[in-house]
Design a binder for this molecule. Sequence first.
Ligand SMILES: [Ca+2]
Length: 392
Amino acid sequence: MTDNCTNTILQRQGDHVGCAPANAADPIYCTFPKSSQTANDPQIGPQRIPGSEMVTLPVIKEWNELKKIAKGSEDLAVLPDGLVFVSSEMRLQITLTFNKEYEDRKGKILTFNFNKPDEPPIELPLKNFNRTGFNPHGISLYRDPSTGVVSLFINHRAGEQVVEIFDFDRQTHSLIHRRSVIDELIWSPNNLYAIGPDSFYVTNDNFFSGGNKLLWLLHFYLLQDVLRGNIVYFDGKKSMIATSGINANGINMDKDERFIFASTSIGRSVKVFRRRQDNTVELSQEIYFDSYIDNINVDPLTGNFWLVGIPRVTDAILHSTNVSHPSPSQVFEVKLGKPSISGVAFPDYEVREVYVNDGKELSFATTAIVYQDRLLVGTVDNNMLLCQLIYY
Ligand SMILES: [Ca+2]
């Protein structure tokens, strides 16, 4: 990426994201090196992937209405009808610095409708729920054929790490709390994937509990290569470690739920695991990026994965103490190709960088979801960016 880039738009050919024609005279266009890799690319690895050619992508500016509302949208999840659930007003604590803006946040779940993009996000009432200390983080939605939509949220409640389970009431457009899952194996949850209305995989992004801030930060800054978090499976009644040795952040699965994809926090990669019958998982593949990968989402139409990267973690840390400090944002699409029965899960995968910005337009992005021809990118502290995907 280039530091003078302001923003980009996407185009794609079939299910490939491509690049728009250059128009250097237009100030809303920017230039950056195209970043692309495949499984056969010898440049795969933890190093930055050098761009082989310069391309120019145009900008989308359809998000202006959203910026007035959202104080962050750390994670997003979308239903098939285009209704988006937004985890908002999260209080991220990756420094010991007091941040008054965070302290004033209440934690909210919002909805945004892809089909009504001019309408601002709406806060979802949380019924039968004690909001004290509510601090929402990762989201997953489960569609139950009989009972409807179930939403699951990570909640960093004061002194407790919780997975909150709500039923979504479409009639009243509200969430009805059904259950708080507090489990000894869920100690530093970041994100989750709902397998059923009460069962899920959840990531622990740290070796230490989120409730012990000093040790948590010691691991975050110094011990990530020495001590690791993990991925935990909760079956509705009991938990177990699905795999160890990963400071897992974002998590998602393919539509057949045979593979788990988990980002490695500071590892600049996504690990691909095969799911076993007993719900433990086996590492199959690791895909590297030139960015710290946060949340992972899937385009239900193409099955492609959409990842958000944090190119410079130092800027993200400065941003977390002063939200006006820009932290660059990056979005990738991963086309997986056909899975292999054994060995490397997706030998023909392709990675394409489709959005990059120095943080002035979109600071500290963390998640990106696709609905039909639209892309929505969420951030920890600021606005969401709505993009039109142009097919060619
Ligand atoms: Ca995350």
